[in-house]
Design a protein around this ligand. Structure first.
Ligand code: NAG
Length: 205
């Protein structure tokens, strides 16, 4: 693991192009979306979708986008660890990348959950995802613009998928019932497969 990290880090540096690759979404962009490649030591370069919000500004990296009534998110724990989908449409960046990104640099988060009648929009100043041994938990989720507990987004909650139910509810496997992986806690989630979900993160340093 360490050897691999060193190897991936040294190659781009020796070829001299690492500076060309931004490691964050641009702090100013005119377009709604741009698609830069992100280079992180220890990871292969990967393409991301960067979003500029009318209210919260630029610099947001889209890490989860699920459209209304989508059935394609009922996937396994391993698939959620690795990530899936296409950055130009529905996708999830992967729990391992989310852990690495939010642990190496301080990040804020912006979550939007919409159905046809109403929407929830919450921004939190601190967002850290735990590692595999921590169940990729919401290790830190605070400084939020709304009461996130009423949205069933609770600090410490582990990530659940249909094949790995860590929601803490004895009567439910929410991921299986609702058809997607997420940080489900015991209470009835407001999120389900009919709803649209956006999750963006932004570096604070
Ligand atoms: C998700 O997939 C599992 C395994 O195939 C299945 O048992 C479950 O019913 C599915 N959930 C939904 C909401 O389709």
């Amino acid at each position: 693991m360490i050897l691999k990290a060193v190897f991936l880090f040294l190659i781009p540096v020796s070829l001299g192009y690492v500076e060309d690759l931004p490691d964050r979404c641009p702090s100013a962009q005119d377009e709604l979306f741009v698609y830069p490649k992100i280079q992180f030591p220890g990871l292969e370069p990967f393409q991301v979708r960067c979003y500029s919000d009318g209210e919260f500004g630029s610099g947001w990296m889209e890490v989860f986008f699920k459209f209304y009534d989508s059935w394609v998110f009922n996937l396994t724990y391993d698939q959620y660890i690795n990530g899936f989908g296409h950055v130009e449409y529905q996708h999830f960046i992967g729990l391992e990348k989310l852990h690495i990104l939010t642990n190496r640099k301080p990040h804020e988060v912006f979550i939007e959950i919409l159905n046809y009648e109403r929407g929830y929009r919450v921004r939190c100043e601190n967002f850290v995802v735990g590692d595999r041994s921590e169940g990729y938990s919401l290790k830190r989720l605070d400084g939020c613009s709304e009461d996130t507990e009423s949205l069933q987004l609770i600090q410490g909650t582990k990530f659940s998928t249909f094949d790995r139910d860590l929601d803490g509810s004895p009567d439910h496997n929410w991921a299986k019932e609702l058809g997607l992986g997420f940080w489900f806690s015991a209470g009835k989630p407001i999120l389900e497969k009919r709803k649209l979900l956006y999750l963006f993160i932004r570096r604070k340093d």
